[in-house]
Write a protein that binds this ligand. Structure first.
Ligand SMILES: [Zn+2]
Ligand SMILES: [Zn+2]
Ligand SMILES: [Zn+2]
Length: 326
C-alpha cells in the first residue's frame, strides 16, 4: 500500500509507492516511446486494461480504469486519511488513500498533438465527471488531472492517456499557491488570477491565443522554456463547474495551444495539469482554476534541485512570439 510521508523539516509530503517500480517499463532505458514495440498495446480495446473499465465512465472516445499501480489507493471501506506517527512518534505519515484513474483514449494513433477538438472535448468531459466523483469521496481532499506526453515527461506507455490523481492531502505546490492567493486577496481584495488575466490582456506580449472566455499566455515567471498557462478569463474557482459549452470552447483553445507547442518545439515531451480548488472547499473568491503546460525540453541541474530557484534559458516574451507564429 502506498504511504504518504511528511518531511519533518519543511512539512511537505512525498508518496512512497514501491509497487510502481515493478513495471518492467520503468527499467527500460532510452528516452523515446515507440508506437510499435512489437508487443501488444496494454491500453488498446480488447487488451488487459479494458477489462477493468468503469462502465459508468466510458464514452465514445475514452474509457476510465483504476491505475494498476496507484499512487493513491481507493478505500471504500473507511475514511482513513488521518495522520499517524511512527518511530517513537518522530515522523508523521498517512495511508496514501484517494484514487488514481487512467483516462484512456480509444484511438491508439491519435497522439496528443493530433487530438481533434472533439477528442479534447471528450477528455475534458470525462475528467469533469471524475472530478465530481472524487469530490464526493471521503478520502479525497484534492483531485488533479495530469497528462504526460513523451518519455521525458514521465510517460511509460505510448497509447494516449490522461491520469486523475485523487489524494487525501492538498499537494505541496497547490498548497503554496492557495496560501499565496489568500494573502494576495487579504491585501488587495481581489483574485490574483483575475488580476493576472487583466494584466496579461493589457500587456499583450505574452498572450499566445484566446477565445471569448479563455486565455493562454506564457507565464511571466516561467520555470520551463515555453511554459504556458490556460485559464478562464472570468472568475471561476472550480474546473468541474464548467458547462459542456465552456469545455467545448476550452477544447478548441487547448488544441490550438498544444498544436502551436508541437509545431514550434517539434512535438516535445510535455506535461499539463489542472490546478483546481481543493474538494474540501465549496467555492472561493481568492482561487481560480487553471491549466499549466510545461514542455520538458531541458533538464534541471543541481542548482534548480538544491535551491528550488529555476534558471529558465528562454524568455517567456520571446517564447510567446515563437508560439504566435506557430
Ligand atoms: Zn494502444
Ligand atoms: Zn479569479
Ligand atoms: Zn497553478
Amino acid at each position: 500500500m502506498p504511504q504518504l510521508r511528511q518531511n519533518i523539516i519543511t512539512g511537505e509530503w512525498v508518496v512512497i509507492a514501491p509497487e510502481r517500480a515493478k513495471r518492467p517499463s520503468d527499467f527500460v532505458s532510452g528516452e523515446s516511446l515507440k508506437a510499435d514495440t512489437g508487443k501488444p498495446c496494454p491500453f488498446c480495446l480488447g487488451g488487459p486494461a479494458y477489462k477493468q473499465v468503469l462502465r459508468d465512465y466510458e464514452s465514445e472516445d475514452f474509457y476510465t480504469i483504476p491505475n494498476a499501480f496507484p499512487a493513491f489507493l481507493e478505500d471504500p471501506t473507511s475514511c482513513s486519511h488521518r495522520t499517524y506517527h511512527v518511530e517513537d512518534d518522530f515522523y508523521s505519515a498517512r495511508p496514501s488513500t484517494g484514487g488514481h484513474d487512467v483516462i484512456v483514449s480509444k484511438h491508439h494513433d491519435e497522439q496528443l498533438f493530433d487530438f481533434r477538438q472533439s477528442t479534447w472535448e471528450a477528455m475534458l468531459l470525462m475528467a469533469k465527471r471524475r472530478y465530481i466523483y472524487w469530490r464526493h469521496d471521503c478520502n479525497t481532499s484534492y483531485a488533479m488531472l495530469i497528462y504526460n506526453q513523451g518519455a521525458r515527461a514521465g510517460a511509460s506507455i505510448f497509447h494516449p492517456h490522461a491520469q486523475l490523481m485523487a489524494s487525501n492531502i492538498i499537494p505541496n505546490q497547490v498548497s503554496r499557491e492557495i496560501h499565496g492567493a489568500q494573502s494576495y486577496f487579504e491585501q488587495n481584495g481581489s483574485c490574483v488570477f483575475c488580476d493576472l488575466v487583466t494584466h496579461e490582456i493589457k500587456e499583450k506580449a505574452r498572450v499566445v491565443a484566446a477565445t471569448d472566455n479563455f486565455i493562454a499566455f506564457t507565464f511571466y515567471a516561467a520555470r520551463f522554456p515555453f511554459e504556458t498557462w490556460v485559464m478562464p478569463k472570468g472568475h471561476s474557482a472550480c474546473f468541474e463547474t464548467q458547462s459542456a459549452t465552456q469545455l467545448r470552447e476550452l477544447a478548441g483553445l487547448m488544441k490550438d495551444v498544444i498544436g502551436k507547442l508541437g509545431l514550434t518545439l517539434k512535438r516535445p515531451s510535455l506535461n499539463f495539469y489542472i490546478h483546481d480548488l481543493p474538494s474540501t472547499v465549496e467555492n472561493a473568491d481568492y482561487y481560480h482554476w487553471h491549466i499549466e503546460i510545461t514542455p520538458r525540453v531541458t533538464h534541471y541541474g543541481g542548482y534548480e534541485l538544491g535551491s528550488g530557484v529555476i534558471i529558465d534559458v528562454m524568455s517567456p516574451e520571446v517564447a510567446a512570439k515563437y508560439l504566435k507564429k506557430g
